[in-house]
Design a binder for this molecule. Structure first.
Ligand code: KIV
Length: 256
């Protein structure tokens, strides 16, 4: 078992609740690391909150490499996980080449979306000493096929499939699993069953940790905020206030 996985299983056994946030650049990553965040995800959510796309599906491996390098420069302590973008893990061998590139860019681990269907790819990466964070439930890279962000696990059939997905990614060697928009009772049940930690997003309080998009938590993307996020700051409002104040001073010839 790789040591990162051992550490995460140990943290779960010890009852530690994991604090996980996304970051896409050096200053944010450094601030998160200095604030004691356990895991920093260079998420392909950067497609929306940094690059201005409608969803994550157009993010490229080059985008991910660029942002992973910036984040890695700012982190000394937290685990840095980089998303394999859509299209970068069609099969185990392309996943391996692309995951190695993300590790060379400074990630400690990679994340990919999918359960049973990705178990072979997860094992192939783990066998080559690349730690993997799995991601099941709502899969943002499938948003166009799904037609929206829908809660998963509502029917008994869906719940059974999700439990099988969770067991499959653990068996394949993932060190943790993100549960996105999974019904809270099912997320809690999966969390109690697995040895690896579950990291929830919109999946209730029964997970072993929580992950959020940084921009949602600090109020830096005011044009869209998921229902389950309660912002802790209004950074967009602060930027507008500071820029308006600067602009007024410039226009009044008060800035030299
Ligand atoms: O890309 C992302 O930010 C994610 C989430 C789990 C937050 O996958």
């Amino acid at each position: 078992m790789n040591s990162l996985r051992e550490g995460y299983i140990g943290a779960k056994k010890a009852g530690q609740t994991l604090v996980c946030l996304t970051a896409y650049d050096y200053p944010a990553a450094r601030l998160l690391d200095e604030s004691g965040v356990d895991l920093i995800l260079v998420g392909d959510s950067l497609g929306m909150v940094v690059l201005g796309y409608p969803d994550t599906t157009e993010v490229t491996l080059d985008d991910m490499l660029h942002h992973t390098r910036a984040v890695a420069r700012g982190v000394e302590r937290a685990t840095v996980v980089a998303d394999l973008p859509k299209g970068a893990y069609h099969d185990p061998s392309s996943a391996l080449v692309n995951a190695r590139a993300l590790i060379s860019a400074g990630a400690d681990a990679v994340k990919l979306e999918g359960g049973r269907s990705q178990a072979g790819t997860i094992s192939a990466l783990v066998e080559q000493d690349i730690p993997v964070l799995a991601h099941i439930g709502m899969l943002p890279q499938q948003i166009r096929e799904e037609g929206g962000y829908k809660i998963k696990g509502r029917t008994p059939q869906q719940a059974d499939r999700l439990e099988e997905d969770a067991a499959a990614v653990e068996m394949a060697g993932a060190f943790g699993v993100v549960l996105e928009l999974v019904t809270p009772p099912l997320a809690e049940k999966i969390s109690k069953t697995l040895a690896i930690p579950t990291i929830g997003i919109g999946s209730g309080m029964g997970c072993d940790g929580q992950i959020r998009v940084l921009h949602d938590v600090i109020g830096l993307y005011p044009w869209f905020r998921p229902r389950f996020v309660e912002p802790k700051a209004d950074v967009a409002g602060e930027i507008r206030r500071a820029v308006e104040s600067f602009a007024a001073e410039v226009r009044n010839k008060a800035v030299s």
